[in-house]
Design a binder for this molecule. Sequence first.
Ligand code: HEM
Length: 399
Amino acid sequence: MTASDLYWDPFRRDIWVDPYPVYKRLRAEAPVYYNEEHDFYAFARWADVDRGLPDVEHFSNARGNIYEFIKSGIEMPPGSVIFEDPPSHGIHRRLVSRLFSPGGIRSLESKIRDYVVRQLEPVQDGAGFDVIDILSDKVPMRVIGMLVGIPEEMQQSVRDRTVANLTTEEGGKLDAEASQIGTDIFEGYIDWRIANPSEDIMTKLLNAEFEDHDGTTRGLTREEILVYCAVISGAGNETTGQLMGWIGKVFGEEKNHRQYQEVVANPSLAGNAVEEVLRLEPVGQAVGRYVRKDVEFHGQTIPEGSTALFLVGSAGRDEAKFENPDVLDIHRDITAQRSFGYGLHYCLGANLARMEGRIVLEELVKRFPKGWDVDLSGARIASTTTVRGWEKLPIVLRK
Ligand code: HEM
């Protein structure tokens, strides 16, 4: 099935640092790749990712979408959306999607921009700064705080928890037990919000009524609201933070400076430039599924009970889909993007993440028209098996 020297897993740091040459070989030589050591199947071609992700008949999210969770068999609480199949998935997704209404998100834009400016102003006249410290570590959590009304003083501890949950020993696996959805951190907030109702979205959720799958109409329980908070901060924090890291990394590369200059000259290119960064360096490389029914790919049966990993990181580099896929092209016509998944579980926060990325790039080009270089001696890739990005990303501003 696979050439003997062709190997991929999400745990090997040497592969994680630059997975793209391996993906290229997987697409060409092993469209159905089976890893014996860790017992999973991986699909590297755009067409197979596109076929598998929306196929809820054969692939289930009920055990999560991360290898370690799927293998652990840990049960997820109801309302966890990412970890649910139809019909409960649809019911819970519809409720939480109220948080992401286009109007609601648009109204956050000026607040997000103010915060990004507040972060950049103190460093803009210096020699450089760490993108992770100044942007990734702060902006997405602040935005989630705005979205669900979490008071500022609670936000950093939530952010620290999400990073701690995702961090692994080098070369090790995620501890699914230890990093399952932690709701305790939001308890104080929800109790306070119940006692202090306001116009905010969390109060609306606390008072929302919906029809459950047994046909009864009811409100959300406190436990369900806690799960929503945990899911949103788990899904939207480190992912969006690492998008900011990749914006810093990609535009700090000499070969991309000319394109950065184009955004400086014409900031309306920022939106598509961010879309291209998402394609080139997707923060989530693999979206996992539990195989609930035998299914055939390329003449081979993937048996019920196995674990499938759809490599969105590879799909974005598939030469059958994109011309010159390894090259940044901020003018590329990106009509489809799989970095936010595809199908029923398509990322609820995609437009919010895109907006955050665009605001960051717009504010960077405004302040640093000459661009920057990454100080690779101080940069360090984060040790995780899930969200691929930077623990430290110092940049030196060009003067
Ligand atoms: C660059 C940033 C982001 C990336 C790359 C990303 C990626 C993804 C992907 C690939 C999925 C699909 C999972 C699957 O199919 O199993 C997903 C789902 C989800 N994302 Fe995001 N995400 C990002 C930002 C956000 C933000 C900012 C939020 C919220 C504040 C968010 C909330 C969610 C939720 C709630 C789901 C579950 C949707 C469902 O299962 O129906 N994400 N995300």
